[in-house]
Design a protein around this ligand. Sequence first.
Ligand code: CA
Length: 242
Amino acid sequence: MSGADSPAVLVVEDDPTIQAMIARCLKLYGYRVRTALRREDIFGAVDGRNCAAIVLDLGLPGDDGVEIARALRLRSEIPILMLTGRAGIHERVAGLEAGADDYIVKPFADEELVARLRAVLRRAPRAAARMATPQTLRIGQSVIAFETREIVGPAGRQRLTEQELSLLRALADSDGVLGRAAAYRFVFQRDWEPSDRALDVHVANLRRKFKLAGGDPEAIATLRGQGYQLRGAVAVPPGAGT
Ligand code: CA
């Protein structure tokens, strides 16, 4: 992967040392690198489809990284990998809730950065492939529409992020219970560690969206010590409408 065809990664990091370190690492692995700090420059790069993913520092002066992640997610499905400090647990959760795809904790090794970035980039074409095989699941009064990426219910529509779609797909495909280890491999392409809260945050977001759409938030049940289970889901044949 090199040259003009390699995906450009937009690096948003105010610390010049860390920014240079990330840029050097990404270039070493064949990525093109762009940098931006001001909100309008970040949105401009995303709107112009000039980058394939964003590495976004959450600790930016003046501009709130979480707020930027939320604003980015409203306008684009671009993969967002957040950078946070070791102490930034609340910030990290807020970033995932805002729609970021994954996070990496400073300081990190080059290999870790590249592995996380590859994982979020890999999910984008897979999402496109899934679009070719639309599938709809009905759960009580609500419907999961994988093709249009939303939960539709009597109270309205809730748009789903890439991770939420992956997680729902994993839940729907699992035989009974989706264990944590399997969920992490499928949704995040990494091993689960007990301190990792990403899955819980995405499950909470999904339950909230079921509720906002007028569906049942308990459609995703927690099985203590085992994992999660999608309850009462029935496949809707193509053409049956939602
Ligand atoms: Ca910073």
